[in-house]
Unconditional design. Structure first.
Length: 274
């Protein structure tokens, strides 16, 4: 077993290297682009209909699922501290529930000022998910080290955009986890069942981004039934629902002594023996 553990340590080194290269490489790529600000045309959504006195009714009301799915997620936060970092999951679902309120507030009166309250909770959710998955796939102790810095970077990315109208850092905070999450699933051995649901969540998120781009076209094609942006809210809430469903259904996998990663005690033990 000692030999097996030892031979698997170098394998994990290249996995860590790929993760680090993606995190730092995407940051370097973004920050070497020309600064770009928020296009004010972003606030010009297709569906501006008022119902029951609520302006932009459907873009507002389609935020309710975030609130519901966020609360459901808090209910099913993993309780097994030894295999998962519960605070990060908790932060994810707090963030999602807050998106429900923040995004509804933004869509009542879409401006750069109100958009801050949509984006701040979104970065809380993104950073929570990112750290939760890093903790589970790589090392649960990572969560303790990374959660606070990740949240601060997320907050700073929104404030930096708000102060100097430069979206590069915010785009990195949004985009980088989308690259890292599939890498975690592919490169590392899962500790729980039902991990494919993470990829389902990712597919929902990609569809959500596509419908966001085609806001007006979808509104026209559906004969003013639903806009692409309202659909984006619903699809991304479904994505989070897939994550909640995964947490509810999954069970810890039996660790195989031939393939599992060594923990720090084992590593220091091996070093002492060498
Ligand atoms: Zn929105």
């Amino acid at each position: 077993m000692e030999l097996q553990t030892n031979t698997h340590y170098p394998n994990n080194t290249w996995r860590y290297s790929i993760l680090l290269a993606v995190v730092l490489g995407t940051l370097a790529f973004m920050m070497t682009r020309q600064p770009f600000g928020q296009d004010l045309a972003y606030h010009d959504f297709a569906d501006k209909r008022t119902f029951f006195g609520v302006p932009n009714f459907f873009d507002v009301i389609t935020n309710v699922p975030y609130l519901l799915v966020g609360l459901a997620g808090i209910r099913y936060c993993p309780k097994n501290y030894s295999l998962s970092f519960r605070p990060a999951w908790f932060i994810l679902f707090i963030g999602v529930a807050m998106v429900g309120a923040g995004s509804a507030y933004y869509h009542l009166n879409p401006t750069n000022e109100t958009l801050v309250w949509d984006r701040l909770p979104m970065t809380i959710g993104f950073m929570g998910l990112f750290v939760a998955l890093l903790s589970e796939y790589v090392d649960v102790r990572l969560g303790r080290y990374l959660l606070l810095p990740a949240l601060l970077i997320g907050f700073f990315s929104v404030l930096y955009w708000h102060w100097v109208d430069d979206l590069r850092l915010y785009f990195w905070v949004q985009g980088m986890p989308l690259l890292v999450v599939p890498l975690l699933v592919v490169l590392f051995k899962p500790k729980y069942s039902h991990q494919a649901m993470l990829l389902i969540a990712l597919v929902f998120y990609v569809f959500a981004k596509v419908t966001e781009i085609f806001d007006r076209e979808i509104f026209d094609v559906s004969q003013n039934f639903i806009s692409g942006h309202s659909l984006k809210h619903l699809l991304s809430a479904f994505g989070i629902l897939a994550v909640v469903s995964m947490l509810k259904k999954r069970t810890p996998l039996q660790e195989s002594s031939t393939t599992r990663s060594p923990n720090s005690e084992e590593l220091s033990c091996l070093k002492n023996r060498a």
